[in-house]
Design a protein around this ligand. Structure first.
Ligand code: GAP
Length: 457
C-alpha cells in the first residue's frame, strides 16, 4: 500500500489524542470500520450539529426525520438497489484476493474507470496486461452488490431478508407521504436526515475515507420538475457555503460534473464536490437531480398514491427531487486535513489543529499556574465550572508545565487557554492565550464568559 507522510501524521495524531481508533482493535481490527474516541465524537457532533442548524433550524422549508436503519426488502427492490447497487470486482487468480476493478485500473493509469461497464474493464485488463498488486493474473470483471444482507426475526427464510440501508435517502422517500399528510408543506420543501449507512465496500481504504459503516447527512428537496435547474444551482451554492462555514479552503475544493455513464441509475445530473485529500482529489459530497425516480418507483411497487396536491389549484403531480448528500467522515477528514499545521513557537516545533472555534472538541482549557498551590487550583476550578455552564466543553488541566499544557491543547485544536496565576488572586484577571498566534491578553474574570462566547455562536 502507498504511504503518505501527511496522512500518517494525521492518523497517528487521531489515535494518540483520542479522535479515531481502529474498529475492534483488541481483536486485530476490522477493515472499513473505525470508532470515534472522546475528541472525535465531539468534532463529529459539532460538524453534524452545524449542518442541522444550517439546513434545518435556520430554514423554514426543511424538516427533520430519523428513520429506521432496517427497512423491508421491498424498499430496495423498488428502487433497484438489490439489482444495481454494485461495484465492479476482480479477483487475483492465484491468491483469490479481490479488488475493486475501477480503482485497480485507475492505479494503472486508466483514467475515468469509474462507471465503465464490466466488459470494457475486462478488455482493458487483457489489452494492457494489468496484473494484481501481487503481480498475478486477474479474473474477468463482474459486479458485486454492496448491500449488507441480514434477516429479521426468528423464522429465517427469504421472507425475513432485510438490508442495512446503503443510503439514508430511502428512509426519507418512504416517509414522504407521512410528512405531507402531517405538515402539509408548500412545495418546494425538503426533508433532512442524518444517520448511519452501510456498504460492503470491496476495498475500504484511506483511513475514514472509504468505510463499510459510515454516516450520511442527506436532504431530499422536493420541487416542481420545471424548477430543477434553478434548485440545483441553489443547492450547489448552499453546499459551497457550508464547506466555507466548516473551514475548508476554496482552493482545495473542486466540482466534478459526472458524465452520464458514471452517474447512479437514478440520477439525471450529478456533481461530485471533490476535496484535495493527501492521497488525491476525491469525492467529498454529492449533489444529484434524482428526478421523480424514487417516488415513482415506490408508487409503482407499493400501490400507494404519492402525488403532491397543490393547496391553491388542486393540481396533482409527483414532485422531482434535488439531493445534496454529505458523508460525515469525509467531512471530518477534510476538516482535519485543512486544520493540520506545523510551525515553530517559542523556539520549539509544534503541531496544532486550527479548527474553527465552534468545531473544536474542547473550546477552552483552564490551568492553575502551579499545581501545588491550593489557592490557584481552587480559583481555576471555580472558573472552569462557571465557563462549563456558559460555554460548554471546557477542560481543566494541571499536568506538567504551562508550555507542555499549551502544546497538548494546540494539538487537539483548543482555541483558548486560560491561566490562573498569582495576579489573578490580586486583581481577578486571567491570561487568555489564543491558539494560532500564541498571543496572550489579560481579561477580567467577570468579562471572560462574554469575551469567549462570541467565538462560539
Ligand atoms: N443518497 C445518495 C448517495 O448515497 P453517494 O454518492 O453514494 O450518494 C453520498 O454517497 C456521500 O456519502 C458521498 O459523497 C460520501 O461523502 C459518502 N460516502 C459514500 N460512500 C462512502 C463510504 N464507503 N465511506 C465513507 N463515505 C461514503
Amino acid at each position: 500500500m502507498k504511504t503518505n507522510p501527511l496522512m500518517e501524521k494525521i492518523v497517528s495524531l487521531c489515535k494518540r489524542r483520542g479522535f479515531v481508533f481502529p474498529g475492534s482493535e483488541l481483536y486485530g481490527g476490522i477493515a472499513g470500520m473505525w470508532d470515534y474516541g472522546p475528541l472525535g465524537v465531539e468534532l463529529r457532533n459539532n460538524i453534524r450539529d452545524l449542518w442541522w442548524k444550517t439546513f434545518v433550524h435556520e430554514r423554514d422549508d426543511i424538516f427533520g426525520l430519523d428513520s429506521a436503519i432496517l427497512m423491508k426488502k421491498e424498499v430496495w427492490e423498488a428502487t433497484g438497489h438489490t439489482k444495481e447497487f454494485s461495484d465492479p470486482i476482480v479477483e487475483d487468480i492465484i491468491t483469490k484476493k479481490r479488488y475493486r476493478a475501477d480503482s485497480l485500473l485507475e492505479d494503472n493509469g486508466i483514467e475515468n474507470a469509474d462507471g465503465m461497464p464490466a466488459e470494457e474493464m475486462t478488455e482493458y485488463i487483457k489489452k494492457k496486461g494489468i496484473k494484481s498488486p501481487e503481480g498475478n493474473p486477474l479474473s474477468e470483471v463482474r459486479t458485486f452488490n454492496l448491500m449488507f444482507k441480514t434477516t429479521v426475526g426468528a423464522s429465517g427464510g427469504e421472507g425475513s431478508v432485510s438490508y442495512l440501508r446503503p443510503e439514508t435517502a430511502q428512509g426519507i422517500f418512504v416517509n414522504y407521504k407521512n410528512i405531507i399528510d402531517t405538515l402539509y408543506p408548500s412545495i418546494p420543501f425538503g426533508v433532512a436526515q442524518v444517520g448511519k449507512a452501510f456498504r460492503n465496500e470491496i476495498s475500504p481504504r484511506d483511513f475514514i475515507f472509504r468505510l463499510r459503516e459510515m454516516e450520511q447527512m442527506e436532504i431530499e428537496y422536493f420541487i416542481r420538475e420545471k424548477k430543477w435547474e434553478e434548485s440545483f444551482e441553489h443547492w450547489r451554492k448552499e453546499t459551497k457555503n457550508f464547506f466555507e462555514t466548516v473551514g475548508l479552503p476554496s482552493d482545495m475544493l473542486y466540482e466534478h460534473e459526472i458524465p452520464e455513464e458514471g452517474r447512479a441509475h437514478y440520477s439525471k445530473r450529478t456533481i461530485d464536490f471533490e476535496f484535495q485529500y493527501p492521497f488525491g482529489r476525491k469525492e467529498l459530497s454529492g449533489l444529484a437531480y434524482r428526478t421523480d425516480y424514487d417516488l415513482g418507483k415506490h408508487r409503482e411497487f407499493s400501490g400507494m398514491a404519492l402525488e403532491y396536491t397543490d393547496k391553491h389549484t388542486g393540481e396533482k403531480f409527483t414532485p422531482h427531487v434535488i439531493e445534496p448528500s454529505f458523508g460525515v467522515e469525509r467531512l471530518v477528514l477534510a476538516v482535519l486535513v485543512s486544520a493540520y499545521r506545523e510551525d515553530e513557537m517559542d523556539g520549539e516545533s509544534r503541531t496544532y489543529l486550527c479548527f474553527k472555534p465552534k468545531l473544536a472538541p474542547v473550546r477552552v482549557a483552564v490551568f492553575p499556574l502551579l499545581k501545588n498551590k491550593p489557592e490557584l487550583v481552587k480559583k481555576a476550578k471555580e472558573i472552569h465550572l462557571a465557563l462549563k455552564t456558559d460555554i460548554g466543553r471546557v477542560w481543566f488541566d494541571d499536568n506538567g508545565n504551562i508550555g507542555k499544557r499549551y502544546r497538548r491543547q494546540d494539538e487537539i485544536g483548543t482555541p483558548f487557554c486560560i491561566t490562573v496565576d498569582f495576579d489573578t488572586l490580586e486583581d481577578n484577571t486571567v491570561t487568555v492565550r489564543e491558539r494560532d498566534s500564541g498571543k496572550q491578553k489579560r481579561v477580567s474574570v467577570a468579562e471572560l464568559s462574554p469575551y469567549l462566547s462570541e467565538y462560539f455562536v
